[in-house]
Design a protein around this ligand. Sequence first.
Ligand code: SAM
Length: 313
Amino acid sequence: MAPLRFEIVTIFPGFFAGFFEHGIVRRALAEGLVEVGVHDLRAFTHDRHRTVDDRPFGGGEGMVLKPEPLAEALAALGIEPRSDTSPCQGTALEVAKAPDAEGGGGFNPRNAQPESTGASTPGESRTRVILLSAQGRPFTQAMARELAGQDRVVLICGRYEGVDERINRLYCDQELSIGDYVLSGGELAAAVVLDATMRLIPGVLGNEASGEFESFGVTDGEIATDADGVPRSQHGAGGLLDYPHYTRPAEFGGLRAPDVLMNGDHRQIRRWRREQQLRKTLANRPDLLEKAALSKEDLKLLEALRQQTDQAT
Ligand code: SAM
């Protein structure tokens, strides 16, 4: 199987150097399980100052990433503009069609001649073009799982006030946000998407199943629990948060690691871990419980935990 290839378009290609040199990302790259191309947006400019930004139409603060260098960078990756410019996922804005949209002056992305990279348009080669944006849909583990099944993921990093919206309309399949806060640029967000996606590719994690049994793991009751509600795995998943982890020493800072984890009874350990998952999810992310795969035993336990919470308040 060909490795999943990430293409990152950025004005700061050097940003990613350290990120690629550590841990699982480094190993996955070294073993050829994933490939990454980092593309300097300024290489697709044609003026002396290598200008990538311009003032916003309508006035206001800051600068906007110009569409032409981005369109050329995408063309060099074999990415064609879409013919259907209706808003892509996570985009509701209307943009008027340029009078010269089918030809005429200026750069027209429909007429761009891509360099041959062996890639074709989105859909044919399972290429996903993503604009990193605080205005995008929230990035989730489920999206990471879906991206891990693509051939190629193109990540466009915005800067300044963002990217000219026509790039989103013409090229992007998804506009993704990594959280409800504003970063200075899309590079950190691209690193987050790459990391979360890459570790779900078969072979990247030592244990094939470990991605399933972490926080937000698959919501599959078959995997999550036995008929009696005890998780089948050493770990737990089913769309809940992970349980707390402990290692040696058994005593630290006046706190003892839970005895149940050291008694060798794996059934008890699984029960304890499941209860911890439910406690943590109820306390920190009760919204996840609505979609989680819960057994009858889980539901009973949750009811008891809720009652405990009610009594404590
Ligand atoms: N004016 C934009 C807004 O209010 O939504 C913020 C632009 S931000 C300063 C510059 C770039 O950082 C964005 O174009 C985007 O690529 C990236 N960025 C900022 N916050 C992000 C987030 N939460 N998720 C993904 N990308 C983000």
